[in-house]
Design a protein around this ligand. Structure first.
Ligand SMILES: [Zn+2]
Length: 294
């Protein structure tokens, strides 16, 4: 399996969740070994994708530095993970990614339209060599060695619609598009009111999130899946693993994980060279992972 970039540049405009203003997103092909590179066009500032670029994980995964940031990169990166893209420039003219419909499906369609170009160098992935875990009380995230990429997520909310739910996902690009990509982010009306009083989440509407009051889903169309919440947490986790700049091959498991725990997990994984290995996909013993991108 070769490294991947886009066949051509492509552009879309969407609303930013926090400011509620239009954001233009342009994706451009990049050469072999360039990696995923974000660019703030309005500040002429490059931000390479790496855990070292992460500056905040409270409400979303945010990269940047003292000069500027790009917020809510995880839904986009989830699609980047699923399409196996290694090299690409991601240009935005504001401090956040467009929220689109609150899921990854618009980004999948964008990547479909740009087309995938196989490049003249082997694709490398981060192979998990030994178990790594981060805990916070009863919450945890962990990565275990495995021949293909698995994601298991369980959540528990004291809410009649969410309750306790889980999703078990065996990664392939096709499975991602069918089972995960359409799962939307979610928020509680009382939290949104508070955030908006703080000038945050100004772009949040029922067009880009599942809204919940104390008892029910507020969106007239209802849910896309019974366990859409757990599925979205997998979507987030895949995006957060992609912050490493590469596909991570292993089994991810979580109860009540968050962007912050995911960030600490990738950082911990990469902090010790005994935890992982960078391996060319064609050198993997098992063919399962390469096949999952077919
Ligand atoms: Zn999310």
């Amino acid at each position: 399996m070769q490294q991947r970039t886009l066949k051509k540049a492509i552009e879309v405009v969407g609303i930013g969740l926090h400011k509620g203003e239009p954001i233009r997103l342009r994706l451009e092909p990049l050469g072999v070994d360039a990696g995923i590179v974000f660019y703030r066009e309005d500040l002429a500032m490059t931000i390479p994708l790496s855990p070292e670029s992460v500056v905040d994980t409270q409400m979303a995964t945010v990269i940047g530095n003292e000069k500027g940031i790009i917020s809510t990169i995880e839904h986009f990166l989830s699609a980047v993970y699923a399409y196996g893209i290694d090299n690409m420039r991601v240009v935005v003219n504001g401090n956040e990614m467009p929220i689109m419909d609150g899921s990854s499906i618009s980004f999948c369609l964008l990547l479909d339209e740009a087309g995938i170009e196989e490049q003249d160098a082997p694709k490398k992935v981060i192979v998990v060599k030994r178990a790594v875990e981060v805990k916070d009380g009863d919450k945890f995230v962990r990565l275990l060695p495995n021949n293909n990429a698995l994601f298991d997520f369980r959540i528990k909310f004291d809410h009649p619609v969410i309750g306790e739910q889980e999703e078990h996902f065996e990664f392939s690009t096709k499975n991602f598009v069918e089972e995960i990509a359409r799962a939307r982010t979610f928020g509680f009306a009382k939290d949104i009111q508070y955030l908006q009083s703080q000038n945050l989440a100004l772009g949040a509407t029922l067009q880009n999130a599942i809204g919940l009051d104390e008892y029910k889903v507020l969106n007239p169309e209802g849910l896309r899946f019974d366990n859409e919440f757990a599925r979205h947490k997998i979507l987030d986790a895949m995006g957060d693993m992609m912050v490493s700049g590469h596909n991570i091959l292993g089994a991810y498991q979580s109860f009540a994980g968050s962007h912050n725990l995911n960030y600490r997990l990738t950082t911990k994984l990469l902090s010790n060279s005994l935890n992982y290995e960078m391996v060319a996909v064609q050198e993997l013993q098992s063919r399962a992972f390469a096949k999952s991108f077919a």
